[in-house]
Design a protein around this ligand. Structure first.
Ligand code: BES
Ligand code: ZN
Length: 634
C-alpha cells in the first residue's frame, strides 16, 4: 500500500481515511447545481488525530455534523481555507470525539470544474438539458467534498433526485430496467478512488450488447452506438483470458454529447465516451479497448498519485493494443502504435514536451496542475516500455507476470518505484541478463525514447507512403483502387506525412478528391484543419468553424486553435469562433483554449490591426450539422 504523499490533495489519509461514502443529492438544471449531503464512514488510523481534512473546490458548505455511537447528529466546527488556484479550498473539520460518521451538507457552483451543464440546444434531441461529471484528475472535489487522492479508496452509495424525465446514471450498479421516475439509487460495492466517481443525467436510453454490457445514449444515437461498439463483449473476453476475471459486474458505455472534453473516461461499470469515435465502420473502437483495459490497469491497480500516471495510462495503452490485436489482427495494432510513436517523436522534437517531463518516473509535481503535465509520454512511452519487456521475455513469461502484478495489487494503489521493485523481484531476478540496468534507466529516468527501442513499422503504411511520395513527385493523386480499402489509420498516416504547408491548389485537389473539409471523422479533422490553416487554404473555413463549435474534445480541437493563433487573421478567427463555442465547451476545454488565446499576441496591435478583420464583424458562420456520425469519410 502506497503511503507516499500526494501533492495534489490536502487530505491526511495516514491519520484518518474515508472507507465509505453515502451521497444524497438533488440535480437542479435551472440553477446548474447539485445540492445535498455527503456522509463518510471513517477509519481513524492515528490515535492522536481529531481532524478530518477534505478537498473542495468552489463548494458552498452549509453544515457539518458528526454522529456519536448512538447515531445522534451534532454540529461540528469547520473552516474553509482560501482557494488555491490548482488545489481548491482545504476544508478542516474538528472531530474531537473521532466520530465514525461525519456528514457535510453542500451545494456545487454552476462553474464547478468537474461538471458540465448543457442547455437542451447542445444535445442531440434538443428537448432536455444534460449534465455530466469528469472527475479525473482532481475535479471530483468540485462536486463532492472528499479525500480527493487516488491513494484513498472507498465504497459508495448514492440517492439522487432529478426531474422525472431525466435518467441519472453513475459509476455504479446501473440497472438497465430502472424506472425513469426522477428518483434513483446506486451502490458501488468495490472500493474506488475519488477520480472514478461519476454521474450523468439527461434523456438517456439503453440498448444491450450482451448479457453484461450495453450502451446508454440519447435516443437518436443509441442504436448507432450499440452497432459501433458491438464487439465490446469480445473485448471483455480477450482481456479476461489475458489478465483474469473482470471484477466489476456490468460493463456499459455512456455516449455523451460532443462537448465531452476527452475521448473516453474509464468510470467503473460505465465508461464515458465521446460520440466522435462513432464513425460507422468501427475504425476507432480501440477507444473501447482502452477504457475497458483500465478495468485492470487503473481501476483495479491505481496510480498512487498523478506523477505515477504512466502506471494507469501506459499499462492501459499496452493492454489496449493486446485487445485490438486479438480481435482485429496485429496490423491494426501496429498501425495504431506507429501513429502514436511518430506523434510522440514529433512532440519531443518540437519541444512541446519539456525534457524533464519526458521521463516515466516523474519527480513530485507540486505547484503544477496534473491536467497540464499529462502528455503522450505516460501513454506512448509507458506502453512502449512494456512492449520492450514483452519482446525481451516473450509472451509466455511476460503475460503471467503482468497478470501477477494486477492480482497482487488488486484494489490498491501503487507507485512507479513499487512497480520497479516488483519487476526486479518477479521478472528481472528470475531471468538475469535479459535487461541491463542502463536499459531500465533509459526507460524510467532518461528523457526521449531509447535508441534501442524497436520502432513500429506497419506494412500497410508502406503503401500509403508510396502513394504520398508519388503524389508529391508527380502530382498524381492516389487512385481509388489504392485508397478505397484505406481505413481511418491509413488516412491518418497519409495526412501525418504531408509537409508543414502545401500550395493552395494542392490542398484544393486533395479536398476535391477526398472531402477532408467537413469530414465527420475527428481523427482526420484534427489533422486536416491545422494543415489548411498553415497553408492559407480557406475553402474549408466554414466547416472548420462548425467543427470547432460542435466538438469539445480537447485533443481534437486544440491543434486547430494552435495553428490559428500563429497569424493575426487566424487569431481573430479563433477568438470569434471561441466566443460562439464557449457556452458549449466544458470547463476543461474552455480553460485550455482561453489560456492559448491569452498567450497569443494581441490582435488589435498597431502592426496587425490593418490586416485583421474588424473585431465587431464575425468571421464565423453559425454551426452546421454536428461533425459527428455519418458515413466514414473520406
Ligand atoms: N483516463 C483517461 C482520460 C484522462 C486522463 C482524463 C487524465 C483526465 C486526466 C482516459 O482513459 C483516456 O486515456 N482517454 C483517451 C482515450 C484514448 C487514449 C483512446 C482520450 O480521451 O483521448
Ligand atoms: Zn486512459
Amino acid at each position: 500500500m502506497a503511503t507516499t504523499r500526494d501533492e495534489h490533495s490536502y487530505a491526511q489519509p495516514d491519520k484518518v481515511r474515508i472507507s465509505d461514502l453515502a451521497l444524497d443529492l438533488a440535480v437542479d438544471f435551472d440553477r446548474k447545481q447539485l445540492s445535498g449531503t455527503a456522509t463518510y464512514t471513517l477509519e481513524w488510523l492515528d490515535p492522536q488525530a481529531t481532524q478530518l481534512v477534505l478537498d473542495t473546490r468552489d463548494l458552498t458548505i452549509t453544515k457539518v455534523e458528526g454522529a456519536n455511537r448512538e447515531g445522534q447528529w451534532t454540529p461540528l466546527r469547520y473552516a474553509l481555507a482560501a482557494r488555491d488556484p490548482i488545489l481548491g479550498s482545504k476544508l478542516t473539520i474538528q472531530v474531537p470525539e473521532r466520530d465514525t460518521s461525519v456528514r457535510v451538507a453542500y451545494t456545487t457552483s454552476p462553474e464547478a470544474s468537474g461538471l458540465q451543464w448543457l442547455e437542451p440546444a447542445m444535445t442531440q434531441g434538443k428537448q432536455q438539458p444534460f449534465m455530466f461529471s469528469q472527475s479525473e484528475a482532481i475535479h471530483a472535489r468540485s462536486w463532492v467534498p472528499l479525500q480527493d487522492t487516488p491513494g484513498v479508496r472507498f465504497t459508495y452509495k448514492a440517492h439522487v433526485t432529478a426531474p422525472a424525465n431525466a435518467m441519472v446514471l453513475m459509476s455504479a450498479d446501473n440497472d438497465p430496467a430502472a424506472a425513469r421516475d426522477g428518483d434513483y439509487s446506486f451502490t458501488m460495492p468495490q472500493p474506488i478512488p475519488s477520480y472514478l466517481l461519476a454521474i450523468a443525467a439527461g434523456d438517456l436510453v439503453f440498448e444491450p450488447i450482451s448479457r453484461r454490457s450495453g450502451v446508454w445514449a440519447e435516443p437518436a444515437m443509441v442504436h448507432k452506438a450499440a452497432s459501433e461498439f458491438a464487439d465490446t463483449e469480445k473485448m471483455i473476453d480477450v482481456a479476461e483470458k489475458l489478465y483474469g476475471p473482470y471484477r466489476w459486474g456490468r460493463y456499459d458505455l455512456l455516449v455523451l454529447p460532443p462537448s465531452f472534453p476527452f475521448g473516453g473516461m474509464e468510470n467503473p461499470r460505465l465508461t464515458f465516451a465521446t460520440p466522435t469515435v462513432i464513425v460507422g465502420d468501427k475504425s476507432l473502437v480501440s477507444l473501447v479497448a482502452h477504457e475497458l483495459a483500465h478495468s485492470w490497469s487503473g481501476n483495479l491497480v491505481t496510480n498512487a498519485s498523478w506523477k505515477n500516471i504512466w502506471l494507469n495510462e501506459g499499462f492501459t495503452t499496452y493492454v489496449q493494443a493486446r485487445i485490438t490485436e486479438a480481435l482485429y489482427g496485429n496490423e491494426l495494432a501496429e498501425m495504431e502504435r506507429q501513429i502514436d510513436q511518430e506523434e510522440l517523436a514529433r512532440e519531443i522534437k518540437s519541444g512541446e514536451i519539456a525534457p524533464a517531463d519526458q521521463v516515466l518516473a516523474l519527480p513530485a509535481l507540486a505547484g503544477r496542475d496534473p491536467d497540464e503535465v499529462l502528455s503522450d509520454i505516460a501513454y506512448t512511452k509507458g506502453a512502449w516500455f512494456l512492449q520492450f519487456l514483452e519482446q525481451r521475455f516473450g509472451r509466455d513469461t511476460f503475460d503471467p507476470f503482468l497478470r501477477g502484478w494486477f492480482d497482487s495489487h488488486a484494489f490498491k494503489s501503487a507507485t512507479s518505484d513499487e512497480f520497479v521493485d516488483y519487476l526486479q523481484a518477479n521478472l528481472l531476478a528470475k531471468h538475469p541478463d535479459m535487461v541491463t540496468p542502463a536499459e531500465l534507466d533509459a526507460w524510467l529516468h532518461q528523457p526521449g525514447i531509447p535508441a534501442f527501442a524497436h520502432r513500429a513499422q506497419s506494412r500497410n503504411f508502406g503503401i500509403v507512403d508510396a502513394a504520398r511520395i508519388a503524389w508529391s513527385a508527380e502530382g498524381k493523386l492516389p487512385p481509388a483502387s489504392i485508397t478505397t480499402p484505406w481505413s481511418t489509420q491509413e488516412w491518418t498516416h497519409f495526412l501525418d506525412g504531408l509537409p508543414e504547408t502545401l500550395p493552395v491548389e494542392r490542398m484544393g485537389a486533395l479536398d476535391a478528391a477526398y472531402h477532408f473539409s467537413g469530414t465527420p471523422n475527428g481523427e482526420l479533422a484534427q489533422r486536416w484543419y491545422p494543415l489548411a490553416v498553415r497553408s492559407g487554404y480557406h475553402a474549408g473555413d466554414d466547416a472548420m468553424a462548425a467543427f470547432l463549435q460542435v466538438v469539445g474534445r480537447r485533443k481534437l480541437i486544440m491543434p486547430t486553435y494552435e495553428a490559428l493563433v500563429k497569424t493575426p487573421e487566424g487569431l481573430q478567427f479563433a477568438r470569434d469562433v471561441f466566443e460562439k463555442a464557449r457556452p458549449g465547451y466544458h470547463p476543461i476545454t474552455t480553460a485550455s483554449v482561453a489560456a492559448l488565446l491569452a498567450k497569443a499576441a494581441p490582435v488589435a496591435s498597431a502592426a496587425s490591426a490593418a490586416d485583421a478583420p474588424p473585431a465587431v464583424s464575425s468571421t464565423v458562420p453559425a454551426p452546421a450539422a454536428p461533425a459527428t456520425g455519418g458515413a466514414p469519410a473520406p
